[in-house]
Write a protein that binds this ligand. Structure first.
Ligand code: PMP
Length: 342
């Protein structure tokens, strides 16, 4: 019989999937058969048991805190999170008998908050439209909660076990799965843990591997001033300690409109129901693939990391009304306009 004794054993070892249809007609990649141009592979992180890449950092951060004594039996985990880190932490905490309190900005979808509550966690919602130093900011509220006795704050923005989990698991997986043939790695940056950990590992194996960050327009990584954007989980208005500035060779800025349109294309054309940050990273990777194809770099092997599933965004990116409210194009809206025009 083949079975896992704990859900935690099912974290990681996610598959790589070749992207094809969503690249047509730009790159004319066939779904089956050998690619004639750059190969674009997606690391599908929603296959983790908590549904996102963040299961990896949750396990590593909790186990390190147990080892150091910062987290004691029966303790409470307190973290400001946009949802996925919360799910990972809630899942690992439940396996190990800890309580969880999560602090979320109000732009995080109700769907995501309800997932955290379903795991038995408490959720505190804070306003997005205040500066990080404001007492009601989600950073400060979580600091206050974390100062209670028995509480421990993983702090994914400064915890070295966040990038380390990717250095030790995701990076080696990608290297082994591509048999060392990877030439470019693309990922969105939130805490920067993903890109810093994976990027460092890959560059240690082969210094020629190019690491490319994808970033929402307005975020600091692409030179912005923190201007708001709607894509969730990526982009920052400050430089987190978990982001290693020496790793990324290039940052590609992506607008919300392009991120969301491509997220919808991935669902419709590749049957990949993923979140907006995945659509953003995949859009940047597609742009990179087109550039490399134009340069004749047909041997390029690009891996793009897709952090989570689209299930958490059904009332947003996959909802035509929500898209229309922000002025984003949807196929249905275009159809309606045509009918009206007729
Ligand atoms: N996408 C989503 C949906 C996320 O929740 C996160 C984490 N904030 C990221 C991407 C970015 O990952 P990282 O924090 O490792 O940069």
């Amino acid at each position: 019989m083949q079975y896992a004794n704990s859900l935690l054993e099912l974290i990681g070892n996610t598959p790589l999937l070749k992207l094809s249809t969503s690249l047509a007609p730009e790159l004319k990649v066939e779904k089956y058969g050998e690619p004639t141009g750059p190969l674009l592979l997606a690391k599908v992180e929603y296959m983790n048991p908590g549904g996102s890449v963040k299961d990896r950092i949750a396990t590593r951060m909790i186990e390190a805190a147990e080892a150091s004594g910062e987290l004691q039996p029966g303790g409470t985990i307190v973290e400001p999170t946009s949802g996925n880190t919360g799910v990972g932490l809630a899942m690992v905490a439940q396996e190990k008998g800890y309580k969880c309190v999560f602090v979320c900005p109000d732009k995080v979808s109700e769907d995501k908050r309800n997932v955290l509550r379903a795991y038995g966690a408490e959720v505190v919602v804070c306003p997005t439209a205040v500066a990080p130093e404001h007492p009601d900011s989600y950073y400060n509220v979580s600091d206050r909660l974390a100062s209670q006795p028995g509480a421990w704050k993983p702090n994914q923005y400064s915890n070295p076990n966040n990038p380390r989990s990717h250095y030790e698991t995701t990076g080696p997986e990608i290297w082994a799965q591509t048999e060392g043939k990877i030439t470019h790695f693309v990922a969105g940056c939130g805490t920067g843990g993903t890109i810093s950990g994976i990027g460092r590992y890959l560059k240690e194996q082969n210094p020629d591997v190019q690491v490319i960050g994808a970033d929402p327009a307005g975020s600091v990584y692409s030179g912005g001033d923190g201007r708001p954007y709607l894509v969730e989980g990526v982009g920052e208005d400050f430089w987190p300690e978990t982001y290693d500035r020496t790793i990324a060779d290039r940052i590609i800025e992506v607008s919300d409109a392009d991120s969301f349109a491509f997220t919808r294309r991935l669902a419709k054309e590749e049957a990949l129901l993923v979140g907006g940050s995945a659509g953003m990273a995949a859009f940047a990777a597609k742009q990179l693939a087109a550039e490399l194809a134009a340069e004749g770099r047909d041997d390029a092997v690009i891996v793009v990391l897709l952090p989570d599933s689209g299930r958490g965004y059904l009332t947003k990116i996959f909802n035509d009304q929500w898209m229309g409210q922000y002025g984003f194009a949807t196929e249905t809206t275009a159809d309606l306009e045509l009918t009206v025009g007729d």
